[in-house]
Design a protein around this ligand. Structure first.
Ligand SMILES: *Cc1c(COP(=O)(O)O)cnc(C)c1O
Length: 384
């Protein structure tokens, strides 16, 4: 139903791109008109590939807070750090931006059944929005998906197929089943509409930083959709005059699984590269379908990539919560770990301002968090 790759070439990584008439959008999308609009990401509907619809625009998604975190900044060796707290979306991850647009687009295309393959957040998010929209959802998860994430999507009423294999295998099976059954495929990697939902993270950061611009926006990278979407949103807001300059993008991968960082460095994608395990399950993507868009977005912004190991991620998780007040899942805290590493390496300068995107809640994988947090002190119920 949505074979979103180029029909003219045989490259499976040539994912299509939705283009907007920005001149036309500029006539109605202005700083003045935004003031009167609802505090959710539908406020940028001129830049989204869906028709205005009161039901869809009632779904509460986006316009998450941008939080100044001076103690966390000091810990990371940064002059200024703000967290874009996307744990506050309806199903507690950034993926809600993509799923809300995917489900809205599917509804408007007349679909009644939507599917995706996911390591977790895209799935629970799709299940949540399908529930809001009254659509059926079938989710293919890899065997390694954390139990709390699987539980979350079962609660939303989705039909869950746990594939005894890798994410790549779950992905291929999903594509096949969508084709065979006429289901709408939400997979960000091949659905060019869904990435437009991820763009709203960038649109919001642009609006929220208009007065105090960010030099860097830091995003953890799995498939590559998120960073490419955010970068595109920042660029469009620059074109529309909301932002004086476009921030540089810092992509953060796990040191065990960094095919996009390697492609950025070597200019080529090595499909056969070995990948090691990482605790950051949401960015554990050995074959990222959107590596081209991610590499191009970071390069165009004059940005950089770093890779962080599990110890650095665990430390950042603890610091994010204890010093920033935001409980992030490992893949989300990876952005803060990456910003710290980039500061140590001199990639981010001491006077530069940084926004790190917190893409998912620590409550998503409480077992992982427990190993880092340790145990409480047991005391008897006596006053002395
Ligand atoms: C999906 C996800 C990412 C990375 O997004 P990609 O589009 O796969 O690059 C980062 N953090 C969290 C929590 C995610 O769920």
């Amino acid at each position: 139903m949505s074979a979103g790759v180029c029909p003219h070439c045989s490259d499976p990584f040539a994912v299509l791109q939705v283009e907007f008439d920005l001149e036309r959008a500029a006539q109605t999308l202005t700083a003045e008109s935004l003031k009167a609009r609802p505090m959710n990401h539908w406020r940028y509907h001129e830049l989204l590939p869906i028709e205005p619809d009161p039901e869809v625009f009632g779904w509460p998604i986006g316009m998450t807070p941008l939080i100044e975190v001076p103690r966390l900044a000091a810990w990371a060796g940064l002059g200024s750090l703000r967290l874009k707290d996307d744990t506050r979306n309806p199903t507690a991850s950034f993926k809600d931006r993509a799923s809300s647009v995917g489900v809205a687009h599917a509804m408007q295309a007349g679909a009644t059944h939507i599917a995706c393959a996911s390591t977790g957040n895209a799935a629970s998010s799709l299940a949540g929005f399908a529930a809001m929209a009254g659509m059926r959802a079938t989710i293919f998860v890899p065997g390694s998906a954390p139990a709390p994430k699987v539980t979350q999507l079962l609660m939303y009423g989705a039909d869950v197929r746990r594939v005894q294999g890798t994410y790549a295998q779950a992905y291929d099976l999903c594509a096949h089943e969508c084709e065979a059954n006429g289901w709408y495929n939400r997979n960000c990697a091949t659905n060019p509409y869904v990435i437009e939902g991820k763009k709203t993270g960038g649109l919001e950061i642009a609006e929220q930083t208009a007065e105090h611009p960010a030099d860097w926006v830091v995003v953890s990278v799995g498939d590559g959709c998120t960073i490419a979407g955010i970068a595109n949103g920042l660029k469009q807001m620059h074109t529309l005059g909301f932002l004086e300059r476009v921030p540089r993008m810092l992509g953060v991968q796990a040191s065990g699984v960094h095919p996009i960082m390697s492609a950025f460095e070597t200019g080529a994608f090595d499909e056969s590269a070995e990948s090691g395990p990482t605790m950051a399950d949401s960015i554990d993507v050995p074959v990222p379908r959107n590596w081209r868009k991610a590499v191009a977005a970071v390069r165009e912004s004059d940005g950089a990539f770093v890779a962080v190991n599990d110890d650095e991620i665990a430390e950042a998780m603890r610091a994010c919560a204890a010093l920033g007040g935001v409980f992030a899942e490992p893949a989300a805290a990876a952005s803060v770990a990456g910003a710290k590493l980039a500061a140590e390496r001199g990639i981010i300068g001491p006077g530069e301002t940084v926004v790190a995107v917190i893409t998912g809640s620590g409550l998503k994988d409480i077992d992982g968090a427990r190993r880092i947090a340790g145990e409480p002190v047991d005391v008897p119920p006596a006053l002395q």
